[in-house]
Design a protein around this ligand. Structure first.
Ligand SMILES: [Fe+2]
Length: 296
C-alpha cells in the first residue's frame, strides 16, 4: 500500500488559464505517472478544497451530469482518493444541510419533501480506516475529523479553514423574502466590486469547525496518546503563517491547530489552503498545492 498526497484541486476542471487546479488534470496519467503501479489499496490524499461536490440545485441534490461523469472518472482510477474537507466545499451536500431556515426559504420551496429529507443526510457516512468517512464513491471518500489508520500509520485529520475571499461580505438567501429582492441585493454587491459569497451557494459556515468538532479531535488524539505518524489538514498552525507569507489574521482554525502542534508528537504534517508548494522546519511541515508527493 502506498500513500500519496497533494494540495487543493478546486473541482474537476481548471477554470483559470495557467492554474494547476482540476483533479482531471492533476491525476491524468501524464501528470501522475506513478498511478500505473497502483491498486485500490493505495491512497491519494487531497489536503482540502477538493471541490468535486460544489453546485447547489434548488430542486435536487443529485449530482449534475458533469459532476457524475467526473467523479466516475476518479472512481475508475487505479487508486483510492481520500480528501480532507477544506473551506471551498459544499458542506450542505457533503454532510447534510443543517440550516433549517435556508431549507424552509423560498430558495428550496420547490424541492420535494423526500429530497429535502435526503438533503439533511448528505452522502452516506461509514466507518473506514478507523475513522468516519463520507462515501462519494466506493473509492472516493471525504475524511471527517479524527484519527485514521492508513498503510499501518496513525494519521490525524482536521479539515476546514476561514475563506479569504469574503471581504465584500456574505449574503444570506433566507434574509430575502423572494428571488427578486435577493437578486437586487446580489447585483448591488457585485457593483461594489469586492469579492463576496452566498451562504449555501458558494460559502458554508461549516468551513470553521465548531467546538464539538474541536472536542472530538482532542478526544481522538487523547486516545492515541497525542502521538501520530502523520497529520493531514487543510489549514496550518498559526505559528507558520509568517513563514508562508500569508497576510491574513490567524483564524480559529489556525489557533486550534497551534494548540494541537504544541502537544502532539508527529513525524510529518501536510496541509494545503495557501496554494503554494513549500517545506518548513527540516521537512516536518509540507504545504502542498499541485505537487503530488509519496509519503511512504
Ligand atoms: Fe483553496
Amino acid at each position: 500500500m502506498a500513500l500519496f498526497i497533494t494540495g487543493d484541486t478546486h473541482g474537476a476542471l481548471c477554470l483559470d488559464y495557467g492554474s494547476p487546479d482540476g483533479y482531471l488534470t492533476r491525476f491524468n496519467t501524464a501528470n501522475f505517472s506513478d498511478q500505473k503501479n497502483l491498486t485500490k489499496d493505495d491512497c491519494v490524499i487531497i489536503c482540502g478544497d477538493f471541490g468535486g461536490i460544489w453546485d447547489t440545485n434548488r430542486r435536487s441534490i443529485d449530482e449534475s451530469r458533469a459532476e457524475k461523469y467526473d467523479l466516475d472518472w476518479l472512481e475508475n482510477k487505479p487508486f483510492t482518493t481520500l480528501f480532507v474537507p477544506g473551506n471551498h466545499e459544499n458542506y450542505d451536500r457533503l454532510c447534510g444541510i443543517k440550516d433549517q431556515e435556508l431549507l424552509n426559504s423560498w430558495y428550496y420551496e420547490n424541492m420535494p419533501s423526500e429530497t429535502k429529507q435526503r438533503f439533511r443526510q448528505g452522502y452516506p457516512r461509514q466507518k473506514r480506516y478507523g475513522g468516519n468517512v463520507r462515501m462519494i464513491r466506493p473509492s472516493v471518500c471525504m475524511l471527517e475529523t479524527g484519527v485514521f489508520r492508513l498503510n499501518g500509520y496513525t494519521c490525524f485529520v482536521y479539515g476546514g479553514a476561514e475563506s479569504h475571499d469574503t471581504e465584500g461580505g456574505i449574503l444570506k438567501l433566507s434574509d430575502y423574502p423572494n428571488k427578486a429582492q435577493y437578486k437586487r441585493a446580489f447585483e448591488e454587491k457585485k457593483r461594489a466590486g469586492k469579492s463576496f459569497r452566498v451562504k449555501g451557494l458558494s460559502w458554508w459556515e461549516q468551513e470553521i469547525p465548531d467546538s464539538l468538532t474541536e472536542q472530538l479531535a482532542e478526544k481522538a488524539l487523547e486516545e492515541c496518546g497525542w502521538n501520530v505518524d502523520f497529520v493531514f489538514t487543510h489549514d496550518c498552525p498559526s505559528g507558520l503563517l509568517e513563514m508562508i507569507g500569508a497576510d491574513q489574521r490567524s483564524s480559529r482554525v489556525n489557533e486550534f491547530l497551534q494548540t494541537v502542534q504544541e502537544r502532539l508528537t508527529f513525524r510529518q504534517w501536510f496541509f494545503g489552503h495557501y496554494h503554494k508548494n513549500m517545506e518548513f522546519m527540516d521537512q516536518r511541515f509540507h504545504l502542498l498545492y499541485d505537487a503530488i508527493i509519496r509519503i511512504e
